[in-house]
Design a protein around this ligand. Structure first.
Ligand code: SF4
Ligand code: SF4
Length: 386
């Protein structure tokens, strides 16, 4: 039997390293659009103001505004390794930081884009004259909704896309084309009555099924948010220093999904539960070298060290104070503020008097309003503890 066009493209996508390739019409469901509108209306995007820009909303709702004459959206999935440890194992290693599994290897934006572009070149031969565009998590594209329409997977209650065989450990990419290709059936929903992801979330960020309030989500706080993290959320962050995998790790669809048998996107050993002591002393040059070609590098040294200060404060390991003291004098206000908080959290009756003296002295010269607030709050907390 002759292979149809969709099957030929699917086969080509697999050759380029994608585990799934599905097709849908360029239409957004009213359900997905109104869910996003509600989410934005409630301000759940936090500081990601760009998400609420009118032009972006329109482009997300109308795929044809991304490519005039688009007739088919090709959604592809590329797997990454699931964590090599359990939630309990990661939590027990308190003076090690947890980097989200997807970020332990090379930057997926680069890897996916290169492979999607190679797929696009092959499509030119398969499809004949047509226009196409590729997207990987950067353009205003509702990728989870498109993946659902294309039958690649359904949206889980943690808001990520789930596939029956792959679980949720994969990246999504899209290729818009003006060519007409036979589409797949929409994915059906398989969460049932499960609420494991909602129940495990350390900050209760999944405020309702399918609704993640980014302002509470550790992934957003550690990666997207650049400021001073709210005091009540810091203890709940534990040792997570870049992203959070908890809601994926408890998902029954993620058990026994295995590890991709290939080199690209493989986790780097040094990014699997690294010691906080090795990260707290990174200056900008050392940080860039340590995370070369890694998605972590996009965060920048200051916010990364900020996250490590929170983890150090939560570690209970008083030996880390030696590394926190220089950070309390750091050129970056966000680093200074979080180092001061961590020192206060690690203090006990043996050093309370010293800390009160040093922090009061620092108050006399500190000019940054947010750091002054950290100093005042920490002084108050130490006094209450004493
Ligand atoms: S990533 Fe972490 S903080 Fe965010 S919703 Fe999932 S479990 Fe909660
Ligand atoms: S943990 Fe349960 S509710 Fe959450 S996404 Fe997985 S199956 Fe769905």
């Amino acid at each position: 039997m002759q292979e149809n066009l969709a099957d030929s493209i699917r086969k080509t996508a697999l050759q380029h390293g994608f585990e799934r390739c599905h097709f849908s019409q360029p239409e957004m469901n009213a359900k997905h659009c109104s869910a996003l509108d509600d989410w934005l209306e409630q301000g759940m995007q936090g500081d990601m103001a760009w998400m609420a820009e009118e032009s972006r909303i329109l482009r997300r709702q109308k795929p044809e505004s991304m490519l005039q004459g688009v007739r088919t959206v090709i959604s592809v999935a590329m797997r990454y390794s699931q964590p090599a440890y359990s939630l309990d194992e990661a939590a027990a290693l308190q003076d090690h930081g947890v980097i989200s599994s997807y970020a332990q290897g090379d930057d997926y934006h680069e890897v996916m884009k290169k492979r999607l572009k190679a797929l696009a070149r092959d499509l030119d031969a398969l499809l004949g004259p047509h226009e196409q565009r590729v997207y990987v998590d950067t353009a205003p594209v509702l990728e989870h909704a498109l993946a659902e329409n294309a039958g690649l997977g359904w949206q889980g209650k943690h808001s990520l896309t789930l596939n029956r065989q792959l679980g949720s450990w994969f990246f999504l990419g899209e290729l818009f084309t003006t060519a007409e290709i036979e589409t797949d059936e929409k994915a059906s929903f398989h969460c049932g009555s499960c609420t494991a992801c909602i129940d495990v979330c350390p900050t209760r960020a999944i405020v309702a099924p399918f609704v993640v309030d980014a302002r509470l989500c550790i992934s957003y706080l550690t990666i997207e948010y650049k400021g001073f993290i709210a005091h009540h959320l810091r203890p709940l962050m534990g040792n997570r220093i870049y992203g959070c995998d908890d809601c994926q790790m408890v998902c029954p669809w993620n058990h026994e999904t295995g590890t991709p048998d290939r080199d690209f996107l493989a986790p780097r050993g040094e990014n699997c539960l690294p010691e906080l002591a090795s990260l707290l002393s990174l200056d900008d040059t050392a940080f860039r070298a340590r995370f070369v070609k890694s998605p972590v590098k996009r965060l920048g040294r200051d916010c990364f060290v900020r996250n490590c200060c929170i983890a150090a404060g939560n570690s209970g390991n008083r030996a880390l104070r030696a590394l926190l003291w220089p950070l309390a004098q750091d050129a970056s206000a966000v680093v200074r503020g979080h180092a001061i908080w961590a020192l206060g959290r690690l203090s006990d009756s043996s050093d309370a008097a010293d800390l009160l003296h040093v922090f009061s002295t620092m108050l006399a010269t500190e000019l940054d309003e947010s750091v002054r607030e950290e100093l005042n709050t920490t002084i108050r907390t130490i006094k209450e503890k004493a």
